[in-house]
Design a protein around this ligand. Sequence first.
Ligand SMILES: Cc1cc2nc3c(=O)[nH]c(=O)nc-3n(C[C@H](O)[C@H](O)[C@H](O)COP(=O)(O)OP(=O)(O)OC[C@H]3O[C@@H](n4cnc5c(N)ncnc54)[C@H](O)[C@@H]3O)c2cc1C
Length: 100
Amino acid sequence: MIQQNPRIKIAVIDEDKPGGVCLTRGCIPSKIILYPAELIRTIEEADELGLDVELKRADFAKVMGRMRRLIDADMESIRLGLSSSENIDYYHAPAEFTAL
Ligand SMILES: Cc1cc2nc3c(=O)[nH]c(=O)nc-3n(C[C@H](O)[C@H](O)[C@H](O)COP(=O)(O)OP(=O)(O)OC[C@H]3O[C@@H](n4cnc5c(N)ncnc54)[C@H](O)[C@@H]3O)c2cc1C
């Protein structure tokens, strides 16, 4: 269990969905989509390994749906963590510096 230090207080400001670009539309969704593509390539080359396999169909809508489900679950988990921590003030809004 993580112990919370009541003296530490931070603000997290993000106008976009929680998790940053890496989770919402960068590293992680791209790898989730690439994984089935890698499997297709492996199946195409399986003959070299002595395996007689055939890909019947690639359901791209299902691939995208799985990706969105996984990403949505992670974003929701981060949103809950940010919103429920006593040490974090989470602002889902745009922000700007007004003075140095
Ligand atoms: C398709 C794709 C694939 C990628 N793959 C990889 C990979 O495999 N490996 C890797 O290391 N990197 C990868 N990246 C790069 C990676 O996503 C970024 O390097 C990383 O997200 C940067 O993190 P960050 O925390 O600096 O900023 P960000 O993730 O960009 O987060 C900044 C957040 O601040 C918000 N924000 C900005 N200005 C304001 C404001 N004024 N007020 C309120 N909110 C604001 C933005 O909306 C954003 O949500 C990929 C990127 C893309 C697009």
